[in-house]
Ligand binder design. Structure first.
Ligand code: SAM
Length: 145
């Protein structure tokens, strides 16, 4: 299984970058995890970019109005998604204007992190932290603080 986080926008802020790299490093102790940053672009271009970068993978769009899960259910969702097809699970995060509707409709699943709307860079951090938490849940290992 491999995880790919495909997110609109670049994280340049150093403390946020460091926090993301910390959690990405933790996830990579369990499985390969790539982060792909897309340029912010008009919706039609974003549809193309998301499709190109997630080709052949099982796609999960992150949306405020998506399915709400607790962390153990999120962990099992990742496990199930990883058992499909080529075992590549791509998480999609939109930019300021969200994920284009066409990309959302094409996704295999749509998940929410909260009923609150986060800025996309913060949503990326919460997502990667939850992926790390999911890995510890699936392995029955303690969460390292
Ligand atoms: C600022 S939000 C976009 C808001 C936009 N008005 C919308 O309704 O989609 C930017 C991105 O962060 C992610 N995001 C923000 N809050 C989220 C949440 N509570 N659950 C899941 N994803 C979230 C989504 O991928 C979203 O496309």
């Amino acid at each position: 299984m491999r995880i790919v986080v495909v997110a609109v926008g670049r994280v340049k802020d150093k403390p946020l970058r460091a926090a993301l790299d910390d959690y990405l490093g933790r996830v990579r102790r369990y499985m390969p995890c790539d982060e792909i940053e897309l340029e912010d672009a008009p919706p039609a271009r974003l549809v193309e970019l998301f499709a190109k970068k997630t080709d052949g993978s099982t796609t999960i769009a992150l949306e405020v109005m998506g399915r709400a899960l607790d962390s153990p259910s999120f962990a099992r969702t990742i496990e199930r998604a990883g058992s499909r097809g080529k075992g590549v699970v791509s998480f999609l995060i939109g930019g300021a204007d969200g994920i284009p509707p066409e990309t959302s409709r094409a996704a295999h699943d749509r998940l929410s992190l909260s009923t609150l709307t986060f800025p996309h860079r913060l949503a990326r951090l919460v997502l990667v932290e939850q992926i790390y938490r999911a890995m510890t849940i699936l392995r029955g290992e303690p969460y390292a603080h």
